[in-house]
Design a protein around this ligand. Structure first.
Ligand code: FAD
Length: 417
């Protein structure tokens, strides 16, 4: 086989084994990047879901709405894994022995590795309240979760969604589209409180209200009640909501226990440097489970998004192949609800000023720009792709526009660059 001069020389021989734990967005990208970077050795990908890597974002959107079939969730076609010579292992890793470089699986098997990639993601938080295990009460993290929800939907008329974050609200939109009566119960004083400005929360409250979704904020769910199958949801204020199906979307926990038990540093995720290496030079972590050191800000940062999983997987593949390149990609996210495409560039946490461009009270298109100490840090752009692109460019060039001009919708986007 001749060597493509554009590609680095292979660093590891055909005998080397790279094991990837988890098989989702980060893992699928890691496979592609490892082969691009000339990893010639074996690649084993272990999944406890017994499925090839599939996309999670459509789970609360088109797949829950019944608009797409399960086959279209695949991140890559099955032939890709054959072509890349990936050995797919169905099972759950329960322990890492770093001295012997072996992994223990729950069924007793033991696997050896030379390099290890932890792409274990997160799991949905389950509520520890009475009735949490009743039929009809679901989390929303996996394809199996949504398949179970969809089975209930064939007879359900009333849905209660616990949690007014992006996943809960996307689910509300998808179920409303199918004609269900939908109630969203949120413990905080406003929906999306953790992630957006009050103006953006108020906008989504309005559009859901206009779509017929009932949103209750400042309420704590205390129990699910029913005889085997959920029939109603009760709250701390005494209110009770009838429900044929319940979706709980109250956040996630990083799957970092495996790494922690093996002595790797963890703290709300597996701690990795800017090249996604853990404190063991033979082990990387990428995706939702990884908390990355950001040298510029001096912070650890764990992100839950597909773009982050992919960028970290590319950096992790480089590290495994001995070519260190930092992941300093700009964070971005999206959320689809009804006809609204929300695109978020940057991170708004810690903002001290919000500038609104457009009118979120009356229209379905606007942008909220976030500033901290006079510096632009992020933007939430609803049906505003130009403002989203602008923000990405401004943030990557560390430019800050004049807030007053930004607020003026008549000032052309091009003038800010
Ligand atoms: P995960 O996708 O969490 O996958 C980890 C895999 O590892 C899982 O299959 C898990 O079962 C497996 N695993 C864990 N431990 C073990 C073990 N010990 N042994 C074997 N296997 C193990 N992001 C966006 O950017 N935009 C969106 O619109 C968006 N919408 C979303 C909607 C929903 C409903 C959900 C659930 C997520 C959404 N996300 C969205 C987030 C996005 O899906 C995640 O950021 C992404 O899936 C992270 O990929 P990952 O590979 O890090 O981990």
């Amino acid at each position: 086989m001749s060597h493509d001069p554009a590609l680095p020389e292979a660093q590891f021989g055909t005998d080397s084994v790279c094991v990837i734990v988890g098989a989702s967005h980060a893992a699928a990208q890691l496979v592609a990047s490892l082969r691009q970077k000339k990893w010639l050795g074996r690649i084993l990908m272990i999944s406890d879901e017994a499925r090839l890597p599939y996309q999670r974002p459509p789970l609360s959107k088109a797949f829950l709405a019944g608009d797409i079939a399960a086959e279209s969730l695949a991140i890559r076609p099955p032939a890709f894994y054959d072509k890349q010579n990936v050995e797919l292992v169905s099972g759950r890793v329960t322990a890492i022995n770093r001295l012997q470089k072996t992994l223990q699986l729950s069924d007793g098997r033991e696997l050896s590795y030379d390099k290890l990639a932890l792409c274990t993601g997160t799991r949905a938080i389950r509520l520890s309240i009475p009735g949490a295990t009743l039929g009809g009460v679901h989390g929303l993290r996996s394809q199996a979760d949504v398949e179970a929800i969809r089975r209930d939907l064939s007879t359900a008329r009333r849905a209660v969604i616990v949690g007014g974050g992006y996943i809960g609200l996307e689910a509300a939109a998808s179920l409303r589209k199918q004609g269900l009566e939908v109630v969203v119960l949120e413990r905080a004083e406003r929906i999306l409180q953790r992630v957006t400005a009050p103006e953006v929360s108020a906008f989504y409250q309005r559009v859901h209200h206009e779509a017929g979704v009932v949103i209750r904020t400042g309420v704590t769910v205390t129990a699910f009640e029913g005889d085997g199958q959920v029939e109603r949801v009760t709250c701390s204020d005494g209110a009770c909501y009838p429900a044929d199906v319940v979706i709980v979307g109250v956040g996630v926990i990083p799957n970092a226990e495996l790494a922690g038990a093996a002595g790797l540093k963890t703290e709300n995720g597996i701690l990795v440097d800017e090249c996604c290496q853990t404190d063991d030079p033979d082990i990387v972590a990428a995706g939702d489970c990884a908390s990355q050191w950001i040298p510029e800000s001096g912070h650890w940062r764990r992100l839950e998004s597909v773009p982050n999983a992919m960028e970290q997987a590319k950096a992790a593949a480089g590290t495994l192949c001995g070519e260190r390149s930092a992941n300093n990609s700009l964070p971005w996210f999206w959320s689809d609800q009804y006809d609204l495409k929300l695109q978020i560039a940057g991170l708004s946490q810690g903002y001290d000023q919000v500038v609104i461009r457009g009118n979120p009270q009356t229209s379905r298109s606007f942008a909220a720009f976030y500033f901290q100490n006079g510096q632009l840090t992020a933007a939430d752009c609803v049906n505003r792709p130009s403002e989203f692109m602008l923000t990405k460019k401004l943030l990557s060039q560390r430019l800050t526009p004049d807030p007053a001009r930004l607020a003026d919708d008549a000032v052309g986007i091009d003038s800010f660059l």
